[in-house]
Every structure is written in structure tokens, then in C-alpha cells.
Design a protein around this ligand. Sequence first.
Ligand code: GLU
Length: 465
Amino acid sequence: MQNKRPIITRFAPSPTGYLHIGGARTALFSALFARRHGGQFKLRIEDTDRARSTDDAVTAILDGMRWLGLDWDGEPVSQFARAERHREVVDALIARGAAFRCWCTPDEVEALRQTAFDEGRALRSPWRDRDPSEGPDTPFVVRFKAPDRDVALQDGVQGEVRWAAKEFDDLVLLRSDGAPTYNLAVVVDDHDMGVTHVIRGDDHLVNGGRQTQIYDALGWNIPHFAHIPLIHGPDGKKLSKRHGALGVEAYRDMGYLPEGLRNYLLRLGWSHGDKELFTDAEMVAAFDLAGLNKSPARLDFDKMASVNAFHMKRADSARLTDLLWARLETKPGLRLDETGRAWVRASMDTLKERAATLAELEDQVYFMLRLRPFTMEGKTAKALDEDALARLGRLSKALASHNDWSEPALGDALKAFAETEGVGFGKIGQPLRAAITGGAPAPDMSFVLAVLGRDEVLARLNDVI
Ligand code: GLU
């Protein structure tokens, strides 16, 4: 009889800001692990801290996850909404003698903390062994009766991690206003959601130890933990805003594709031989906990761009056109009509080969969409001297009566024209490029002429002649 529990992972962000790049990576690993094993990936919003949690942050996190293609199973769970259940479990812990009411005042706690520190041990409340009927008629907290034995955690990344009993205080489980604390709520929620694997940042490793104690006290199965090293900045130090400690929407705005960012984040702290580039199907097929690295990965923007470039080339051209157009629509000084859009769409197969991000693609399409007439500067203005203008005048006539407006035919026509003129191709190409693009980056001239069409080409030549 098969009696294996289905794999269930979760992502449990606190809604105090955007979906941070590090959180996005944790979510990706958790989602991939669940998909790989045909399990479920759940989302829990850890909104117990009412002062710091905002609806805007919840929206930003959900939007970020949707954009990155990290779809979760079922409805997001609100931790705050489960407070009743948390209190019920705390009552059960009290009934088992594993938790107790503590009436210490803040000053008393401070004194206990100092003594514990001086004696090199953990905080122990005097109320752990007192009869609660002696408690005064004042607010109390509920504390965990931290067991006096070492704690061991088998971590999927860090291996076996051990703590001495003296490292864990009698932790507060319920505050005096009845609000559950983080470690208690996480244990109850992970248990109730059937979570089998907890993948999260190693800033939570010690919490893993505390949570292990609580699971034990409740007699519940402990999930598999995998605490992954946090992402470091390019300088090897803690990730700073300037170095990329941003929300995923900032990466979207920088022009990364969701699949590009997914692929980059996958490789940031996880490896699979030397393989760098992964399609989604390949990610799901390859992801395992064994490939998670023990040392922190550094953010590397060059690599992010090159991974994204791979996905730009693979992306559907119509989709890229839509994504690009949405970005361009907020920019002034561009020709954003149907004709402009048709030019962009027609050149996308070519242009996507040369752009690592959508932002680079914006530069690549600028030559098509800039408003006429162009202001010519520097080298571009120089290329349009008197001789060149006279030549462009003759070229304009030739093109006006040229029949076949396909790229190869235009290439032939330009070559034939250079021969008639008795000059090298550069003498034609340079001024032609200046007139047609105004000096903006653009592909091959015959390609450019073919995309823009005869009317536009003749109009741009006319502008300079
Ligand atoms: N809410 C915690 C955080 O955002 C994560 C808790 C967990 O994954 O157990 O850091």
C-alpha cells in the first residue's frame, strides 16, 4: 500500500513591501520542487504583524508572483485570519504542560534577560514552574517551556545543525493582547497546510531550531527544512538597494522577461552541472534540493542579461511586440501609430536577436519610430555633405521607380546603384544610413528599407535632400 504524503511546499512572505528578488527566488525553488514531484505549492501571507502589513504590499506580492509566473495552488492563506486556531494550539500546549502563562512585567523580563546573559544561559521565566492560580489579575503572555535538551535539525542544504538548550529562551507564543507570535503561527500553519518541505532563506535557520522544539512538543511531524544562503551583492557583501536588492517589478521595468529572470534566479544558488540556460520544462525536470549551494551566490547583472538574451531570442515575436509597445506607450516623441507598430512587428524576428532586454529593444526600434524630420548631429551630419546629398537625390529617383521592394531585391538595387555611380558601397551606405536612421542604431540597410516601405524611405530621403 502506498502511503507517501504528497509533496507540499509554500511561500510565506510578510506583506511589508514588494516581492523582493530574494523572496522571488525562494518562491521559485519552492514552486519548482512541488511541480517536479507532482505536489502543490501554496501561498501564505504572514500578515500577523498588523502594524507593518499593508494591503498594497499584499497586492504587490501577488502581482509580482503572477508576473514571474509563480502560480500557487488554491487561495492564498492569511495568517492573521487563523489567529483563533493559533490560540487553540497554544491552549493545547498549556494543557500538555509545554507552555505556561507568564505574568512577568517588562522590567522583570529585562532583569531576567540580563541575569541569563551574565550566566551564559537562556531566559527562563519563574512562572514556568509556578501554579498559574497564583497569577495576578493582570495581562499575561504565554511562553513556550523550552525543553532543557539540545536541538538537532537535518537541513537539506546545511546538513545537520545543532543548538545547545541554553540557546533557546522560553519563547513568547502569545502576546498579552492574545496575538500569536511568528514561530508559533508558522508551525501551526505549516502543519495545517500539510507542508512537507520548507524552503526559505537561511536567516530563518535558528527559527528552524525553535520551530523544531514546538513541533516536538505538539507531537507533530517536522517538515524537511532547506535553508538557502541569502543572495549577496556583486561585491560579495550583503545585497544593497544600489546593487539589486529590489522588487521583481524593478527587474520587469529594467526590461527582463519573466522567463529570463526565472532562469537567472534558478541558477543563483542552485546548479546542475554546467548548464546555465533552462526552459521552464527543463527547470521542472531538473530541480532538486541536492543542487542547492551552501555558499551565498552573488548577483551578476552581466550574466542576468546574457541569460535573458537567450530567452529574448526564443520569445514569440508577437508577444515581444506587445510587451515592447506597452513600454513605448509611456514615452514621448515617438510615432506610435498602427504603421509604426507594423514596422516593429515586421522587424522583431531580426531585432530580438540583438537585444538582451526589452529596454535594449527600445533602443533598437528607435530608428523606426522617431519623429521626422531628424536633427542630424556629429558624424551623421558630416556623412550628408553636398556630394552625398546629390547622390541620395539620384538614389531617391532610382528607388522611386524600383519595383521589387523585398529585402534581397533592395540589396541588389543598392549594389547596382553604387556600380552605376562608380563608387564603393560605403559611399552609398553611409549617407543613406544617416538619412534613414538619423544616426540611430539599425540593422542592415536593405532590411531597413524593406521594413519601412517605399513611401517612408522616400519621405526620409526627401527630408535631407
Ligand atoms: N514570513 C517570513 C519572511 O517573510 C518567512 C517565514 C518562513 O518562510 O517560514 O521572512
